[in-house]
Design a protein around this ligand. Structure first.
Ligand code: E4P
Length: 218
């Protein structure tokens, strides 16, 4: 499974990139607005900090002609950029247009298999299925992820299913069980993936015993 960090914060990208196990970054208009910096400047800095990673940057227009213009501009900034497109009618038309041109896309705000089917048929590189926002309204957001993974395999679509709106480590575990190709999550959730109390106590014990014995490496 690929792991993406969902952020517009350069410092978080820098830290996550150091681990060497993060495959990309997803941004959205809210995250970019929160960063307090310009869109292009932030996205290009992220590309620099995560060489080879897939960096999603979202269009904000909602009419087809303007969406095309924005998408082509965003895609021209850097080869690592994946154009993020909301699942609306002109958005699906845009994804088909971009796929035909070989420009990679991430279809966002996907909540159902019927929406995911349209994204897959349009040739989306990634289908971002939101989990947490569905859980927030007392439903099980992971069901659509699992069903979409099944659909993609069943019909041989090339799209990768991206579990988005991840709120805690259990979502990541469930996304693995569902067979999602990617999970994107805030930096603090990625940090939580490292944590286990037995790791902390086990390491403390190893180091105490080593130091008590006065051992050295060489
Ligand atoms: C995905 O690409 C979105 O940016 C993100 O996962 C949304 O998460 P949220 O529901 O926590 O805002």
């Amino acid at each position: 499974m690929k792991l993406f960090v969902d952020t517009g914060d350069i410092e978080e990208v820098r830290l996550a990139a150091e681990w060497g196990v993060i495959d990309g970054v997803t941004t959205n208009p809210t995250l970019i607005a929160k960063s307090g910096k310009g869109f292009k400047e932030t996205v290009l800095k992220i590309c620099e900090l995560m060489p080879g990673g897939d960096i999603s940057a979202e269009v904000v227009a909602t009419d087809y002609e303007s969406m095309v213009k924005e998408a082509l501009e965003i895609a021209s900034w850097h080869e690592q950029i994946v154009v993020k497109v909301p699942l609306i009618e002109p958005g699906i038309r845009l994804v088909k247009f971009l796929s035909d041109k070989g420009i990679r896309t991430n279809v966002t705000l996907v909540f159902s298999v019927s929406q995911a089917l349209l994204a897959a048929k349009a040739g989306a590189t990634y289908i971002s299925n939101f989990v947490g926002r569905v859980d927030d309204i007392s439903d099980d957001g992971m069901v659509a992820v699992a069903d979409t993974v099944r659909m993609v395999h069943e019909y041989g679509f090339e799209s990768e299913v991206l579990a988005a709106s991840i709120r805690h480590p259990l979502h990541v575990v469930k996304a693995v069980e569902a067979g999602a190709h990617v999970s994107t999550m805030p930096f603090k959730i990625l940090q939580m993936l490292f944590k286990h109390p037995l790791t902390d106590s086990g390491l403390q014990r190893f180091l105490e015993d080593w130091n008590k014995a006065g051992l050295t490496i060489g």
